[in-house]
Design a protein around this ligand. Structure first.
Ligand code: SF4
Length: 436
């Protein structure tokens, strides 16, 4: 393979944070002279960037690894298969014995060395060592994720993330500003700030700062770009942050606050704080202070010890809170977590039944909440055009990938026309362009 530019294909599993990690690895590889290929069947090496925070995610990652391992090049030994990300971080050396198909394992903490790993596997650096960096804006339409920190110190009793990703560490403000500026210059119209615990950003820096100060600076510097905040723990919703969101038209009136439950005893067993009363008070404050704010949360059903009464309390909470979007998951007992060892494990049938019951309630509540948007005039970020010419995009109330789309009658990807919302169907909306 000496003397030519080598190609690498990525298969990325899991959440937006993993997508950012794949993009960062791709940029490092491009700097080292590799070309990023879309098609794993035509690549000189394949990287599967895995997710492993719960068992179903691990199973999906294993499936993707085995699919890649079945490709002719990998089976024949000519194409090395690299397993990166959360699985090697979580399972360490055990993996080598379980997955002999993989040529190397690169945990999250060593992803900066991805080019050296591939150079080693392919027998030296790629020929085109002066290749330009990967175009960070080439993927994902007009929207891009930017990770502002990694790791988590909260140690919720059910969660593997602190073991996989390590202690919380904020990325420096200058690095984030530089990354955002490059994405905006490359045409991105929406920057989605992500982390495991977004609201804590800045508190651990040598010169401590806050998420509110960061997003305020970014919104001022890029007035034509939307900024969206994901994964803010309730404790991270400060008055300063609410002011920042309320006072900038380009900070999306949208907050994603993972609550996980509303019963105080269950939250305590989760090593979290709060209760239904405090959460309803927070939601009321946000609705009062941030006009037309859209709110998303995630909830867990069937945590160990959850009684039918506590589950009913969660159902009542979902009805009363009237959140725009609720992600609902059955509790998953993960090896190495305290919650997996707690007494009172709820059986699988009950967990599934409660999850479905709560999803039905949340769908009915959210459909009604979203239907109230009919008649509003709002900017829509046009994200793409389907084969039949149908335009689709998102309002500030819809985050990428999770909250549905808005279908509209005109506009090119990257445009942000004003639309009047004419109809809704559960999470989807329809709009007509009424201004630029
Ligand atoms: S805050 Fe989120 S990432 Fe951190 S331990 Fe809790 S669930 Fe896990």
């Amino acid at each position: 393979m000496e003397g030519r530019t080598r190609t690498v294909a990525f298969v990325t599993l899991g959440c937006a944070k993993n997508e950012v990690d794949s993009r960062d690895m791709a940029a490092l590889l491009a700097q080292a002279g590799y070309r990023i290929a879309d098609d794993p069947e035509r690549a000189d090496a394949i990287i599967v960037n895995t997710c492993s925070f719960i068992q179903p995610a691990t199973e999906e990652s294993i499936e993707a690894i085995l699919d890649a391992a079945a490709l002719d090049g990998v089976r024949g030994g000519a194409v090395p298969l690299v397993v990166a990300g959360c699985m090697p971080a979580r399972y360490g050396d055990e993996l080598a014995a379980e997955l002999p198909e993989a040529a190397a394992f690169v945990p999250c903490s060593r992803e900066d060395s991805i080019a050296e790993v591939l150079d080693g596997l392919l027998g030296g650096p790629s020929a085109c060592a002066a290749a330009p960096p990967a175009d960070a804006a080439a993927d994902g339409g007009p929207s891009a994720y930017v990770k502002i920190s990694d790791g988590c110190d909260r140690f919720c009793s059910y969660c593997t993330i602190p073991f996989i990703r390590g202690r919380y560490h904020s990325f420096p403000q200058q690095d984030i500003q530089r990354e955002v500026a490059a994405l905006v210059a490359a045409g991105k119209r929406e920057i989605v700030l992500v982390a495991q615990d977004t609201g804590r950003w800045g508190t651990d820096l040598p010169e401590p700062s806050t998420l509110a100060a960061l997003v305020d600076t970014l919104a001022e510097a890029h007035p034509d770009t939307w900024f969206r905040l994901m994964y803010i723990q309730p404790e991270g919703i400060t008055d300063e942050l609410v002011d920042a969101v309320a006072s900038h038209g380009n900070i999306c009136s949208y907050l994603d606050i993972p609550l996980q439950h509303c019963n105080g005893d269950i939250l305590k067993a989760m090593n979290r704080t709060g209760d239904a009363g405090r959460f309803l008070e927070l939601i009321g404050r946000l609705r009062r202070d941030v006009p037309d704010v859209a709110l998303r949360t995630t909830l867990i059903c069937g945590f160990p010890g959850e009684t039918e009464e506590q589950f009913e309390e969660l159902c009542d909470f979902v009805e009363e809170a009237e959140l725009d979007y609720v992600g609902i998951f059955p509790f998953s007992p993960e090896d190495g977590t305290r919650a997996a060892e707690l007494p009172g494990q709820v059986d699988d049938d009950t967990k599934q039944e409660r999850t479905q019951r709560l999803r039905d309630i949340a769908d009915a509540v959210s459909s009604a909440v979203i239907a109230r948007r009919v008649g509003r005039r709002v900017p829509v970020l046009v994200c793409g055009i389907e084969e039949d010419g149908q335009r689709f995009g998102r309002t500030q109330a819809q985050a990428p990938e999770v909250d549905g789309a808005t279908f509209l009658d005109a506009g090119e990807p990257g445009d942000m026309p004003t639309c009047v919302i004419t109809d809704t169907l559960i999470y989807e909306m329809e709009g007509e362009v009424c201004g630029r």
